[in-house]
Design a binder for this molecule. Structure first.
Ligand code: WTA
Length: 655
């Protein structure tokens, strides 16, 4: 199985600057990693000591992947908001900056929120939620722009034991309605409008449309832009009005370690997005520990993760991970190319950012604009760079390392998922050399395994060696998702049934002889568009809702900037004709159904789809045609009508 790859030997030595504040060099990594597997309970009990527990846990790990039942620290009692906020104030660090807010408009007002202020803001937010009627265990939907109040809302829920479900601001009213309905959320927190690259996003209006479909008891509206919105009597409340007279003190609710903390909807290969459920204790320990070791955070540094709080990266590395560590996290409302292509670097310079964490799609799009945008700014405060969300191609890695990092500071390429709660595979800055394009080594407690289609083990940490296969994780870790909200069977089915007794990630991966993992991308029908995860089935369902569409098949194809683009094959109902107008209409239709992030790149009208004689769509062929790999279509003899393949090749869209 050993399949060496030329990239395996392309090694970038870790820069000396990286000798870690967390004290993890190569030897310590090896020892800690071994202990994290051999004495898992001892290792995690020790990590858990950095959390303030109301009742310290005595049971550490208690999990099984068959049947699926995952618990960590189960007899521990804590409140994660207390750990992220109050305890830093109590330790005399209240003056430290918790959040720096950089607005969309570069001349707008920067806000610096100290831990003491954060404590006050979160308590007021929590009391306002209570006044609205929110109680422990209730689901609260948060549909907010990238402003500190979004983080306040999340922490306020955690403070009172409510379960937050954050929805990215780029999702449509239908997507909101589906998620509100799925977790039976009676409350929505939103803002009048969001701002991105000077464009206004009608958040409240979207919520109104969603509520026409799925009514809720209360909508709390934060005034951000001052834009005009309709307020429905009895249901809608301005945050500044409702919060005006609430108490500034709000005790933190004691939570069992396994009490739910949040639900986050994510796409899979089939059906509607799943509400992945994370619980309190394990998630706290996991985000605290991964942030500490991977970013090697040092006192007073400014950490900037460019994700949105609507995605898991924002949950774990804008809000919980940094704040649990008492760090200063920067929150950026805008986009990388507004007002110009140097906005990121201008912000790094302006706020003296030390650690910068972004996605390959952003790196690729900025790379295209040339070096000058980077070199005109002073980036000398940067000490560490990070990448997340999709595979980073070696060329983009090099540009990031050399042009942004001046070949002096480490790059950590962190592989993880909504379901994993935090970083799973990465290099550690003080411990590992880097290989451009490889995510690196297994983090503490993580046991990756590569298996073939039949489940045969090809390589893992015990066997060592190189192989390429499907990536599974064979043991639980504290930050692992516990279930799909309201549908444990779906959780078991999706993640633990392909390879019984193992968590299957859905990703393909290669391990090299040095124990570095190279993620090759999804092996299921999930695509990764600009770092946004999407199920092709979701786009298909949206398309077939259109009255003229008979059938749709959606696949990903390589896209220079976005990583993957969305390619849709569409057949129309008898009597309906393809046209440019209809193409534009369908694009708009998908935006309306799911949101702008799902906008199709190509719509390819075709009289029929390639199907087997039993009626199964042959996606493999559709993928090849979209990828322009028409020379290697493989066996087409099982097709009911092989001629359709020729037609598809002739009419291909993205030549
Ligand atoms: C992909 C985002 C390669 C992968 C944190 C995974 C990556 C999916 C990397 C999860 C990386 C994430 N290298 N691929 N460093 N990070 N992925 O749930 O396919 O939005 O399964 O979580 O993104 O996406 P999700």
């Amino acid at each position: 199985m050993a399949d060496q790859h030329p990239h395996d030997h392309d090694i970038v030595t870790r820069p000396a600057i990286a000798m870690a504040g967390t004290g993890c060099d190569a030897e310590q990594y090896a020892a800690l990693y071994r202990r994290s597997l051999d004495d898992s309970d001892g290792f995690w009990a020790e990590q858990a000591k950095r959390i303030d527990w109301i009742t310290a846990p005595t049971r550490i790990a208690n999990w099984s992947f068959d049947p699926v039942d995952i618990r960590w620290f189960e007899d521990g009692v804590l409140n994660i908001c207390h750990n992220a906020v109050d305890r830093h104030v109590e330790a005399g660090r209240g003056d430290r900056t918790a959040l720096i807010f950089e607005p969309d408009d570069p001349s707008g007002e920067v806000r610096k929120i100290s831990y003491a202020q954060l404590q006050r803001e979160v308590a007021i937010f929590a009391n306002t939620l209570k006044k609205l009627g929110v109680a422990k265990g209730d689901r609260v939907t948060i549909y907010m722009p990238m402003v500190p109040e979004g983080a306040f809302a999340m922490l306020a829920c955690a403070r009172i034991g409510a379960i937050h479900s954050v929805i990215f601001g780029g999702f449509s009213p239908d997507a909101i309605a589906g998620r509100v309905e799925d977790c039976r959320s009676d409350w929505i927190v939103t803002a009048d409008e969001g701002l991105r690259g000077s464009k206004r996003i009608p958040l409240k209006a979207n919520v109104d449309t969603a509520c026409d479909k799925v009514p809720v008891k209360g909508v709390l509206v934060y005034r951000h832009t001052g834009g005009d919105v309709a307020m429905q009597e009895g249901r809608d409340h301005w945050y500044h009005e409702l919060s005006a007279d609430v108490s500034r003190d709000c005790p933190c609710e004691p939570m069992q370690a396994e009490d739910p903390l949040f639900i986050l909807y994510t796409s899979g290969s089939t059906g509607k997005p799943k509400g992945v459920l994370h619980t309190t204790g394990g998630y706290a320990v996991w985000t605290e520990t991964t942030f500490r070791y991977v970013f090697d955070y040092r006192e007073d540094e400014v950490f900037w993760c460019t994700a949105d709080i609507g995605w898991v990266t924002g949950h774990s590395y804008i809000v919980y991970g940094p704040l649990l560590n008492g760090a200063t996290a920067l929150m950026f409302e805008g986009v990388p190319n507004y007002p110009d292509h140097d906005r990121f670097w201008q912000v790094v310079d302006k706020h003296k950012v030390n650690i910068f964490y972004t996605a390959p799609t952003a790196i690729r799009s900025l790379m295209r604009e040339g070096k000058d945008y980077v070199t005109r700014h002073d980036l000398s405060t940067l000490r560490l760079l990070g990448s997340v969300g999709e595979p980073i191609n070696p060329e983009a890695w090099r540009w990031y390392y050399e042009t942004v990092g001046k070949a002096k500071i480490p790059v950590v390429d962190t592989w993880w998922q909504t379901e994993t709660g935090g970083i799973m595979i990465t290099t550690l800055p003080g411990a590992h050399d880097m290989k451009p394009g490889s995510a690196g080594r297994a983090f503490f407690g993580i046991a990756p395994q590569l298996v073939d289609g039949d489940g045969k083990v090809l390589a893992d940490e015990a066997t060592g060696g190189s192989a390429e296969g499907n990536l599974c994780i064979t043991r639980s870790w504290p930050g692992q998702a516990r279930t799909v909200y309201g549908d444990h069977d779906r959780f078991v089915q999706t993640y633990f049934s392909t390879y019984k007794g193992k968590y299957f990630t859905g990703d393909g991966c290669r391990r090299d002889d040095d124990g570095y993992y190279w993620i090759t991308g999804r092996v299921d029908d999930v695509i990764n568009v600009s770092g946004h995860r999407m199920g092709t089935a979701e786009v298909e369902s949206a398309l077939v809702l259109h009255p003229k569409v008979a059938e749709a098949a959606v696949v990903g194809y390589p896209h220079e900037i976005k990583g993957q683009g969305i390619y849709c094959y569409v057949t129309l109902n008898a009597g309906d004709e393809p046209s440019e107008g209809l193409e534009a209409e369908l694009r708009q239709w998908v935006r309306k159904e799911i949101g702008p992030i799902a906008t199709p790149d190509h719509i390819h009208f075709t009289p029929a789809l390639p199907k087997t004689r039993s009626g199964k769509i042959m996606r493999r062929i559709l993928r090849k045609i979209a990828e322009n790999e028409t020379g290697s279509l493989g066996d087409t003899s099982t097709l009911a009508d092989p001629a359709i393949v020729e037609t598809l090749i002739e009419t291909r869209k993205n030549r």
